[in-house]
Design a protein around this ligand. Sequence first.
Ligand code: IPM
Ligand code: MG
Length: 366
Amino acid sequence: MSAMKLLILPGDGIGPEVMAEVRKVIDWLGANKGLAFEVEEDLVGGASYDAHGTPLTDEAMAKAQAVDAVLLGAVGGPKWEKLDFSVKPERGLLRLRKEMDLYANLRPAQCFDALADFSSLKKEVVSGLDIMIVRELTSGVYFGEPRGIVEEGNERVGINTHRYTESEIARVARSAFELARKRGNRVCSMEKHNVMEAGILWHDVVEEVHKAEYSDVELSHMLADAGAMQLVRWPKQFDVIVTDNLFGDILSDCAAMLTGSLGMLPSASLGAPMENGRPKALYEPVHGTAPDIAGQGKANPIACILSFAMALRYSFDLGAEADALEKAVEAVLAKGIRTADLGAAEGSTPASTSEMGDAIIAELAG
Ligand code: IPM
Ligand code: MG
């Protein structure tokens, strides 16, 4: 196998803490499984702004383009809230997504048995849940032009443009259909064709791709607002959901909470294959920087560790190793080991970030 190159961008808030646990897993795999990753590290978000005056330097961007996979922690926080929009921490992440052309964002929502009681929904609604949201990540209202805040008459107007081309819709639809074939073989596409022309086009292009290339997969459509309602009513009806950038942002936070905690959800952002056959890829937890608990060793590293498991699977074809890591997480949870966000048992002290990482590695070591 050719060298496996990683760029780690820990970012802000709890990003560096949770990423430190991923580093332990990487080192363990190197020492015990002969998996030699080449690891570089750089800054992104507020951390990069503080050091360089920009949320992502051109050097860091070039490194991201040159590796097999980028592992990102989280970006943003109150410290940088007042900055000009163009240098906000989030712009660093959006630049990575756009310039690497990571159009398919995979956000699996799986409910571990041990956590079914902890969801805000009834146990029977979430236990055994295993759905995959495929969010379009490089277009739509996040990037459409024109955009800005302009003067019109004697008031200001905020403008963003929701825009999708046929090819942008078709390629993310293909990603969803391909994934469905390896899972439950069902795709539900969500948009709002009742109020948006771009929604009509979304609906039609998904239908066309389905008819021409994936008629073996079961396809349904739902308006995105109804989809949000169905996600909390009976989420197990879904297998793969495919949707645009903004709806996907919202629906995936909603799906994340079904599993008990935002601290559990990983994600993979994939683009076209590179010369070595591996896809352009960035892996990051769905959660944010949690500034209220940053630096206290309380954060749950599981979402970040599971994001690395997705890297093993999707970038390096190491499915068995990814399974082992996911099983280790499951086993640790089954033993009742909990970080604070997962509600430790009455009278017991919650596990710290590093205790959780150590427990997962101990489980891997078997
Ligand atoms: C996400 C986040 C980002 C987004 C922010 C940090 C820019 O909420 O990845 O879901 O809106 O895409
Ligand atoms: Mg989000």
